[in-house]
Design a protein around this ligand. Structure first.
Ligand SMILES: Nc1ncnc2c1ncn2[C@@H]1O[C@H](COP(=O)(O)OP(=O)(O)OP(=O)(O)O)[C@@H](O)[C@H]1O
Length: 564
C-alpha cells in the first residue's frame, strides 16, 4: 500500500520539477501544466487503453501532443504580461479539461477508466510495485533534463528572462523564442508524467488533472524553493504523503483526510511565504570558477581618441526617425550619424526625447517613419536581439542589472553565440559545453577586470552601489562584442569617485576603435569625452557641433546650458 503512495509521490514530484523549470528558472507562471499532464494521460488511455497501442508508443504520442499544445498556447500567451499569462493559462486549462469532459469518445465526465494490462519492455505493469521503477525512471529523466537545461547557459538566459526580459533581450537574446521553447519543453515533460500517472491510476478523468492538481504542484514548487529542483522533489514527496499519513497513521477517514490535506497545503503555503519566501531550499547559484585574467590592452584615458571626427567613417546613420505616443511627439524627424572610433553625445532638457531616440535606434520602440542603417544594413523592422547581434547595443538609464545573478553571471549572459545556449549542443555528449562555458567565464572576467570590478565577480548584482552597477552594465554591453555602444546616462547619479572611473572606461572603449553615443546631463562628462554633440529639444535635433559651439549659442545657452 505504501508503495502505491510512493509511486504517486514520485510522479507528482516529477511534475513539480518540470513546472519549477518554467516558474522558478524562467519566471513564467502557468496554471496549464496540470492540464498538459492530462493531455498526456488521456493520450495514453485513449491509444493504449482503448485502441490497444503499445504503451511506449502511446507515451511518445502523449509527449508530442502535450508539446504541441504547449507551443500553441505558448505562442498565444507568452507575449502577454505575467498577470495575463496566469489568467490565459487558467482559461486554457479549463478549456482543455472541459473538452475532455465533453467528448463521449474520451469517456465524458467519467473519463476513460479501466485501463489495465499495460506493458513496458515486456513487463506487465499490474500492481503498485510494478509501477515503482517506471515512476522512479520518469522522475530521474525529468530531473536530468530540467537540471541540464536549468544549470547551463540556456538556464542563465531563462533566469535573465525571469529577472528582466527587456534587459535580457537588449543583450541579444531571443527572449520570446526562449519562453515559447521552455513552455513547450515543460509541457512535453508534463505530458510524459501525465501518461505514466494515468497508467498508474488505470484511468484518465477530468477531475484527476484539474485545478486541485495544478495548485498542489504549485505548493510543491513554492515550498521546495523556486529554481531548486531537489527542493521540488523533497516537497513533492512530503506533500503527497500528507494524505496517506493522515489516513493510515493517524486514522483519519478517507474523505476527511483529503480535505485536511487541502487545508494543510494552504497553511503550509502561507507559512512558507511569510517565514521563508525563498522556499525550504533556496536557489543556489552554480559557482563558476572566476579565472583571474587581466586585460593587458586596457588603455588609460587619453585626451582624444586619436581619430579626427571629420575623417572618421560613418558607422550608423539615422534619417527621418519619428515617433508619436498618442498626442505626444517624442521624436520628430531625427537624423544623426555615429562615426567609428568617436564619441557622440546627445544632450538636451528632460523629456527632450533622448531615451526615445535610443529606443528607436535599438528597436525597443518601432518608429512611425524613418530609417536606421548600421554599416549600410537597415535596422528598422529588425527584432531588438538581432540588432544587438548586428552590432548595436545599449545600456539603460536605470541600469537594469539582473539582481539575483552575480556580476559575473550578468556579464556572461551577454556573451554571444554560446554553445550551451543551444538545445542541440546541450544534449549531445562530448560537445564541449562545459569547456565553452569556462571560456565564456574567462571572457566575462576580462570585461569585469576592464571596468575594475573583477573583485566583485561573485557578488549578487543587487548588493552593488549605483556607481558599481553602472560599471558592470558597461562590462555587460562590452561583452556583447557590439561595435556601437549607446550609453544612457553612464555617469548621472554616480558618486564623484566613480565618475572618473567611468570617464576612463568610456574613453578606453573609444580608443579600442568602438563607436560610442552617450546621453548625458553632466556637461563636464560631455566636454571631456565627446567628439561631436547633438542637441535635442521637444523630440527634435535642433543643433549639432562640438560642445563648445553649442554652448556658444546664445539661444541654447538660455534654453539649456545656462541652467547647467
Ligand atoms: N512609451 C511611452 N509612452 C508614452 N510617452 C512616452 C513613452 N516614452 C517616452 N514618452 C514621452 O516622450 C517624451 C520624451 O521622453 P524621453 O524619456 O525620451 O526623454 P529624455 O530626453 O530621455 O528625458 P530624460 O532626460 O528625463 O531622461 C516624454 O514626454 C515622455 O513622456
Amino acid at each position: 500500500m505504501w508503495i502505491n503512495y510512493l509511486d504517486q509521490a514520485l510522479l507528482l514530484a516529477a511534475l513539480a520539477v518540470s513546472v519549477n523549470l518554467l516558474v522558478g528558472y524562467a519566471g513564467q507562471v502557468s496554471v496549464a501544466h496540470a492540464a498538459f499532464a492530462g493531455v498526456g494521460g488521456y493520450a495514453v488511455c485513449f491509444l493504449a487503453g482503448v485502441h490497444g497501442w503499445p504503451y511506449l508508443a502511446s507515451l511518445v504520442v502523449a509527449v508530442l501532443v502535450a508539446t504541441a499544445f504547449g507551443v500553441l498556447i505558448g505562442l498565444i500567451a507568452l507575449g502577454l504580461a505575467q498577470e495575463f499569462l496566469i489568467l490565459m493559462t487558467l482559461a486554457f486549462s479549463l478549456g482543455i479539461i472541459g473538452v475532455f469532459a465533453t467528448f463521449d469518445s474520451l469517456g465524458g465526465v467519467m473519463g476513460l477508466t479501466g485501463v489495465d494490462g499495460l506493458r513496458l519492455f515486456g513487463f506487465e505493469l499490474d500492481g503498485p510495485s510494478d509501477w515503482l521503477i517506471p515512476s522512479a525512471l520518469v522522475l530521474v529523466l525529468v530531473f536530468a533534463v530540467c537540471h541540464r537545461l536549468g544549470e547551463s547557459p540556456y538556464g542563465r538566459v531563462l533566469k535573465g528572462i525571469r529577472e528582466d526580459t527587456v534587459a535580457t533581450r537588449a543583450l541579444g537574446k531571443n527572449t520570446f523564442g526562449r519562453k515559447v521553447g521552455i513552455f513547450a519543453i515543460t509541457s512535453g515533460l508534463s505530458g510524459l508524467v501525465g501518461g505514466v500517472y494515468s497508467g498508474w491510476l488505470g484511468q484518465a478523468t477530468p477531475s484527476a488533472f484539474g485545478f486541485p492538481l495544478a495548485m498542489a504542484v504549485f505548493a510543491m514548487v513554492i515550498v521546495g524553493g523556486n529554481a531548486n529542483l531537489v527542493g521540488s522533489i523533497v516537497a513533492g514527496v512530503v506533500l503527497t504523503m500528507i494524505e496517506p499519513v493522515l489516513r493510515e497513521v493517524l486514522g483519519v477517514q478517507s474523505t476527511q483526510a483529503a480535505l485536511w490535506q487541502v487545508v494543510l497545503y494552504g497553511a503550509l503555503l502561507v507559512l512558507v511565504m511569510i517565514v521563508r519566501p525563498q522556499g525550504l531550499f533556496p536557489e543556489r547559484s552554480k559557482r563558476v570558477a572566476a579565472p583571474g585574467t587581466a586585460r593587458s590592452d586596457v588603455s588609460p584615458r587619453s585626451p582624444s581618441g586619436g581619430v579626427a571626427y571629420a575623417d572618421a567613417e560613418v558607422v550608423l546613420r539615422a534619417d527621418g526617425l519619428s515617433k508619436r505616443f498618442g498626442g505626444i511627439t517624442a521624436a520628430k524627424d531625427i537624423a544623426l550619424e555615429l562615426r567609428r572610433g568617436t564619441i557622440t553625445a546627445l544632450v538636451g532638457p528632460n523629456g527632450a526625447g533622448k531615451t526615445t531616440a535610443f529606443n528607436l535606434l535599438t528597436g525597443t520602440v518601432v518608429p512611425d517613419t524613418g530609417s536606421v542603417r548600421l554599416n549600410g544594413a537597415e535596422l528598422v523592422g529588425m527584432r531588438p536581439d538581432l540588432i544587438v547581434r548586428a552590432g548595436l547595443v545599449r545600456t539603460f538609464q536605470d541600469v537594469r542589472l539582473l539582481d539575483r545573478l552575480t556580476c559575473l553571471e550578468n556579464v556572461m549572459l551577454a556573451v554571444p553565440d554560446q554553445p550551451g545556449e543551444r538545445l542541440g549542443r546541450l544534449f549531445v555528449p562530448g560537445r564541449g559545453v562545459s569547456r565553452a562555458d569556462r571560456a565564456v567565464a574567462a571572457q566575462a572576467m576580462e570585461w569585469l577586470d576592464f571596468v575594475g570590478m573583477a573583485d566583485h565577480a561573485g557578488t549578487p548584482a543587487d548588493a552593488l552601489s549605483y556607481g558599481q552597477s553602472k560599471l558592470v552594465s558597461l562590462a555587460r554591453a562590452l561583452a556583447t562584442r557590439a561595435d556601437v555602444l549607446l550609453l544612457d546616462e553612464p555617469a548621472s547619479g554616480v558618486d564623484a569617485t566613480w565618475v572618473e572611473t567611468m570617464l576612463s572606461m568610456v574613453a578606453a572603449v573609444r580608443d579600442e576603435g568602438r563607436t560610442v553615443c552617450l546621453v548625458e546631463h553632466n556637461l563636464d562628462v560631455v566636454r571631456e569625452l565627446s567628439d561631436h554633440t547633438y542637441f535635442m529639444e521637444l523630440g527634435e535635433i535642433t543643433a549639432s557641433g562640438t560642445l563648445a559651439e553649442l554652448t556658444g549659442s546664445a539661444r541654447l545657452a538660455e534654453a539649456y546650458f545656462g541652467a547647467q
